[in-house]
Ligand binder design. Sequence first.
Ligand code: ZN
Length: 244
Amino acid sequence: MRYLILSDLHSNLQATSRVLEDAVSRGFDRVVVLGDLVGYGADPGEVIDRIRALDPCASVRGNHDKVVCGITDGEFFNEYALDAALWTRSVLGREHLDYLRGLPEGPSLIDGFMISHGTPLDEEEYLLGQDDAEGVFGEARFDLAFFGHTHFPCAFERGAGPPRMMIGIGASTLRLSPGARYLINPGSVGQPRDRDPRACYATFDSTNLEIAWHRVEYDREEAKARIFEAGLPHVLGERLILGV
Ligand code: ZN
């Protein structure tokens, strides 16, 4: 089975469109979405529609999805994130807001692997480095877990040898070793933060146990222009050009 793993699309239609074109050309069987469809970017409704049309086999909600649909109030958001979340809420219709409200809370177990937005322990927790990963390996039960939220493509491996951390793994592949355990971040489609501004996503082939990260060029200037036109904070457009 070939899974398409998408996370942190953040209302970036230009990035989402190019990622889906790229993924279709490679081929996939099932789609998994790790949350944050919306927030930051200027085309939330269109991005939700694109994802719904894929009929994902599993999704979890992200912290931005929760604020936009009113599950949480964004009290821990910075001012730009909160501005964008409230703007997104104001432009989405009832059907789109209901879709966000219906996204399941993570973690979720599908086909033998786990998916979450933050970590398999807490949907809003950031899993940033080896210490965080070790804590999660110690407390949660899984062999393979995909997570998002940090917008950093990376992998953590815990096997017989010393723990391994692979950060900034975009545009490469990882063959899973039987008996080892993994935490995998596919990177962010709509707002990469690893100083590579190209859109990022992953695929997982459960037959040959291979994960691949893919980087895709897209029209960042158009995404930025849309953010400016919408009256959203300019920093949200400028950061797309830099990939931060
Ligand atoms: Zn995010």
